[in-house]
Design a protein around this ligand. Sequence first.
Ligand code: ZN
Length: 318
Amino acid sequence: MMKLATFVMLFLSCLAAFAEDSAKQPDVDMQAIKVSDHVWYVEGKAGTATENEGFVSNASFIITGDGVVLYDSLGTPALAELLLKEIRKLTNEPIRKVIVSHYHADHIYGLQVFKDEGAEILAPAGVIDYLNSDSANSRLQERRVSLAPWVNENTRLVAPDRYIKESEKFKLGEIEFTISALGSAHSEGDLTLFVEPDKVLFSGDVIFDGRIPWLGDADTVNWLATLNNIKTAKPVAIVPGHGGLSNDPEALIKLTYNYLKFVREKMKAAVDDWVPFDDAYDEVDWGEYEYLPAFFEANRRNAYQVYLSLEQESLGSK
Ligand SMILES: [Zn+2]
């Protein structure tokens, strides 16, 4: 009898362990894609932040010969573990640095995995404001529900080891990198990373493809200037924050660039003529954009945000 009880207990604990194990491994197709001699990335699927078990954003890594540099960390610790496995298929070099494009949930909840690996975390200066705000914590609470079990009680917000205020260059192995500090473009703070010898740029969410960009609290003047700088740098390839790698940077930038310009132009005309926002919004022919994904969710809010910021700009200039 005792033996049977022991057997049942063992069986149950095996089951529990199995359940826990399968809960730790998201059922997503993640494969490192080679971009250039030293650069690889994994591509999140299209979808909202909580679809595909949170695998909706990209992360990239560079194997330098003297350690691995990562750009972004994915949206859950479990996805970051999968990414680490992909890296380990290619190299045993230590993970030296993670450069975080910006502190939005879909790019940062994997950080703890790489922090535990001993990596130094670098993030834009604006992140201080985010980490001191209520939204950092309330977003984490929200994701513990909306992305359960992948974001859970063990998921923590990892603060950067260093904040980047100004653009800087660094070298690891034989590879030279440029981190560009954009100030506030898509978020409170954004960084892009350029791998010099490979001429590959990681843009984070400064470039949107195949959907209406999310303007959030963006500074659209700064954002447009950034896109102009990218055009001048002429990268061979760009890995965006979401969506596929592009070997045609000009084409990849086009949607974001034209959209920002369009919204600013239309809202500026309204602000200059003292047209109230609702009327101005209804008068615009959004035809070119209204069939793009996320138009319904984002466009009106984007336009309103730009309208308000243009009012501020025009007050400042008077
Ligand atoms: Zn994102």
